[in-house]
Design a protein around this ligand. Structure first.
Ligand SMILES: NC(=O)C1=CN([C@@H]2O[C@H](COP(=O)(O)OP(=O)(O)OC[C@H]3O[C@@H](n4cnc5c(N)ncnc54)[C@H](OP(=O)(O)O)[C@@H]3O)[C@@H](O)[C@H]2O)C=CC1
Ligand SMILES: CC(=O)N[C@@H](CCC(=O)OP(=O)(O)O)C(=O)O
Length: 354
């Protein structure tokens, strides 16, 4: 069987390690390149315990990324957004297709970058070209053809998947959407900060970057695409004292005339042929234990029938931030780009990192 040469730039981070494990087990992939300054010269076998022919693959220094990536068909960038922005033009010019796990190519509006990512975007033409890689909501055909796939953010994935079918069907009242979301600490990457140390995080729970989180414009952009109108929303991120997983609770109201049965049917129908999305019978059944270590998203909704707030809709969604929220979704996009089964190497998974 022909194997495609794939590279991972930024292979020592949480999502890069997850991607390395996934691709090492992918029968259609020859993992050709892994880069990391922290681990340069060391082997994948020694660092990650990967066995077989790949065990001797060495981490290359970041400064050789562009030169060595020329031997790859597709490269995953598991790097900070500024680094992705620097690397992508050169990779595309060399004929290498890219799946970028950072936020560098997710937003169409260049003006949002200084506000939410603290840099001015240097490649606006590529923002036009990049295809947003959320297969269940974007076009699978466009992902398959793309040179550059912008892999979605972790919170943005869970939030968009929770309510998109209801918005698409016109079942939610405009202007009433709130997302309350909580993530494990691996969402912040390995780089760490004082706020993320074990002693600070353990047994604590708090919101962060309130009303200025970078995933707010990303969620709004995706939902506007499915609703066909702008979607005002409030998004609040919280830090969970756990390693992995994101749980989102979305609050909205049914549009006038819409029914609970229509909302339930819209959710089920939207994901009936999406192998990674499971619609549960109740929001109570959506939990991190059901998704961590997998590429799944579980989702469910309830409509208030107690009479306290008629028409209130609550939707919950859960994902593993490192899998469906990062490396797993990147492999799902790779499978589509290469015309392989969408579930290749993603159907059985376990937690790898940390
Ligand atoms: N963690 C998560 O849940 C998610 C993360 N993302 C995004 O994916 C990307 C990677 O995230 P994550 O794995 O958490 O990050 P980490 O902080 O865990 O790892 C960052 C990686 O980038 C490399 N790197 C850092 N600086 C540079 C540089 N200047 N040039 C080249 N490489 C560099 C590091 O390699 P080394 O230092 O060894 O050279 C390391 O491999 C980020 O853009 C993040 O926002 C997206 C969705 C979810
Ligand atoms: C817990 C935690 O800190 N999570 C990160 C999510 C990381 C991510 O997906 O950020 P990008 O948009 O840069 O890819 C955050 O809230 O920023």
């Amino acid at each position: 069987m022909h194997k495609a040469a794939i590279g991972i730039i930024g292979a020592s981070g949480y999502s890069g390690v997850e991607a390395t494990h996934l691709l090492a087990a992918h029968e259609r992939v020859e993992l050709r390149l892994v880069t990391s300054d922290r681990w340069k010269g060391e082997t994948v076998g020694r660092r990650l315990g990967v066995m077989g022919p790949l065990a001797g693959l060495r981490y290359e220094p970041q400064e050789r990324s562009l030169e060595l990536a020329r031997g790859c068909e597709v490269v995953l960038l598991a790097t900070p957004a500024e680094t992705s922005l620097e690397l992508v033009p050169g990779l595309l010019a060399a004929g290498v297709r890219v799946i970028d796990l950072s936020g560098a190519f997710r937003l169409r509006d260049t003006a949002a970058y200084p506000t939410f990512y603290n840099f001015t975007h240097a490649a606006p033409a590529l923002l036009e070209e990049a295809v947003y890689g959320l297969p269940e909501l974007s076009s699978r055909e466009r992902i398959a053809q793309a040179r550059l796939v912008a892999n979605p953010g972790c919170y943005a994935t869970a939030c968009a998947l929770s309510v998109a079918p209801l918005l698409r069907a016109g079942l939610l009242e405009p202007g009433s959407l709130i997302f309350d979301a909580a993530s494990g600490t691996t969402g912040a990457g390995r780089k760490g900060s004082e706020d993320l140390s074990f002693s600070e995080v353990d047994e604590d729970f708090r919101a962060y970057r309130v009303l200025r989180h970078q995933h707010t414009p990303e969620i709004a952009q995706t939902l506007a695409g499915v609703a066909g109108r702008s979607v005002p929303l409030t998004f609040t991120a919280h830090l969970l004292p756990l390693k992995r997983g994101i749980l989102v609770t979305a609050y909205s109201r049914l549009a006038p005339g819409a029914t609970a049965a229509q909302a339930q049917a819209a959710l089920r129908d939207a994901y009936a042929s999406s192998p990674f999305i499971t619609v549960e019978s109740s929001p109570d059944a959506v939990s991190l234990k059901g998704v961590v270590g997998t590429n799944r998203c579980t989702v469910a909704l309830a409509v208030d029938t107690t009479g306290h707030d008629p028409g209130r809709v609550v939707v919950t969604a859960a994902i593993d931030n490192l899998v469906k929220g990062a490396a797993g979704q990147a492999v799902q996009n790779l499978n589509l780009m290469k015309g392989w089964e969408e579930t290749s190497c993603l159907s059985t998974l376990r937690s790898f990192t940390p």
